[in-house]
Design a protein around this ligand. Sequence first.
Ligand code: KG4
Ligand code: ZN
Length: 345
Amino acid sequence: MLILAIESSCDETSVAVIKESKVLSNVISTQLFHKKYGGVVPELASRAHLESIISILDESLKEAGCSISEIDAIAVTSMPGLVGSLIVGSNFAKGLSIKYGKPVVPVNHIEGHLFSGCLEDSSLQFPFISLVVSGGHTALFYVESYIKYSLIGSTIDDAAGESFDKVASLLGLPYPGGPEIDKLSQSGKAEAYNFPRPMLQKEDDFNFSFSGLKTSVRYFLKNEFPNGIPENLKPDLSASFQEAVVDVLVRKALNAVNKYKTKNLIVAGGVSANTRLRKKMSDTAKTAGIKLVIPQLDYCMDNAAMIGFLAEKKISFHGLAVFDKLDFTVSPNALRAAKKIKNIN
Ligand code: KG4
Ligand code: ZN
C-alpha cells in the first residue's frame, strides 16, 4: 500500500509518501514570512500553500522514488485548522483524485498528532495515553486502538503553544515564541521566579488552563519592569515560565497514566519539541517505569507523514472502498465537537 499524504492546516505545507507504515519522504515547507506579522495571517497562509503545493508534491514524489500512478490512496488533513489553508490541501487532494482515479482519506490533524508516536516507534502497545500539545490544542487522550479513543481532558482556554507564543511576545521575542523561549531558557534559572501551576489541585482533572499563567506573567512584568524588561533577565523569566508549563504537562500526563493504569505514553504536537519538556518527561517516565515516545522533531511539528500513517491504519480497518467519496468538507475545530461525543473516529 502506497499512500500520498497532504498537510496544510496552518502554516506548514507538507507532502509525504508512506509505504507499509514506513516514511519514504516527508517534505515540509514552513511559511517563515508570518514572523514579521507576529502570528499566522490566514489569508496569506492559504495563498502561500497554493503557490508551493505543486513543487512540494514533486519533491516528495522524487524523494520517494515513485510516481502518482503508483499511489493507492491520497490522505489529506480535513480538520481542524485554518479554513482557507485546509481548503487548499483538500481541494488539491480532490483534484488529484479526479485526475488519477485515486480514493481520498480525510484525516483529523489532531488524530495525526496523537498517533505520531506510533509512527516513531512501532513497538508501542495499546492502550496508551497521548498528550497532544500544539499551538491550537492541548489535550489528553486515552487510546485503545487506531479507531477507538476518548478525549479525557483539554484546555479550557489557551493552548500550551499559544501561551508560549503570547508570553514570548510579552518578552519582546519574535513569533513563533515557543522555540525562542526554549532557546533563551537554556541560559536561565527555572527557579528564579515562581509562576503559578494552574489546574493541579485534583489528580483526576485532566483539563488544562494556561490563560491565567500568561496573565500572571503579564502583570508581573508590568509591575516589576514598568520601563521595559532588562535583556539580562529574559533568560530567567523564560526558564521560569517554561518550567511552570512543563510542570503542569508532566504532572497531568503522569496522573492520566496512573488513573488509566497503562504504562505507555505519547507526547506529541509542536510543543513536544521543547527541550525541557522532553527532558523532564523522560526523567519522570524513567522513574515511574513508563514507556514514553516523543517523536523526532519532523514528526512533532505539522507534517504529512503522520497524516499518511494514520490513513493507512484507517484503510486497513475500513477498506479502501469507503473512501471513494469526495463530498467531505473542511472544518476549523474538531476538538470542541469531540468533547461532546467523547469517542471520535
Ligand atoms: O503542532 P504545531 O506545529 O502547529 C499546530 O498544530 O498548532 O505547533 C506549533 C506550536 C507553536 O505555538 C510553537 O510556538 C510551539 O508549537 N513550539 C514550541 C517549540 N517548538 C514549537 N513550544 C515550545 N518549545 C519549542 N521548542
Ligand atoms: Zn499541529
